[in-house]
Design a protein around this ligand. Structure first.
Ligand code: SAM
Length: 131
């Protein structure tokens, strides 16, 4: 995969163009792993950021999300940080509300015993932007 990389660019989801000052061509696929859950302060922000992903995708382009349901906090070092708590019903509504069609959702219930974070399940979601 490393040899296929052409560029590494900074991304700030708060910017209108999240890769500003670089304008990327529309993408076939966006993968977001463990990102929205920790950077979104509330459900409206999550939906707003999904909208930004959608704007970066070609019609029919795919969005792949690796995320967790039911997290309320995450620990880094000795600091405890907020995490966005949501469930499958929320993410289904959020995706379809932003024009995505869900292709597949896999959920793996938590088995780990650890208090560094309190997620209930991990989810892998594949969706595509409606044409
Ligand atoms: C839990 S990490 C995600 C890890 C990453 N997906 C990986 O697999 O290494 C959360 C990331 O969100 C980034 N972040 C925080 N605020 C952001 C924002 N407004 N826009 C984009 N990324 C942000 C942080 O810099 C951090 O790297």
């Amino acid at each position: 995969m490393k040899s296929a990389l052409q560029h590494v660019v900074k991304c700030n989801l708060e910017k209108e163009n999240i890769t500003d000052p670089i304008v990327l061509p529309l993408a076939d696929c966006i993968i977001s792993a463990g990102l929205l859950d920790v950077v979104c302060k509330d459900h409206d922000t999550y939906i707003r950021y999904l909208r930004k992903f959608s704007r970066l995708l070609k019609p029919g382009g795919h969005l792949i999300l690796f995320a967790a349901y039911g997290t309320t906090y995450i620990t880094v070092g000795k600091e405890k940080f907020h995490a966005l708590t949501y469930d499958e019903e929320f993410v289904r509504k959020a995706l379809s509300g932003e024009g995505f069609v869900i292709d597949n959702i896999e959920v793996k219930e938590r088995t780990a015993v650890c208090d560094l974070l309190d997620y209930k399940a991990i989810t892998y979601i594949v969706a595509h932007k409606e044409k």
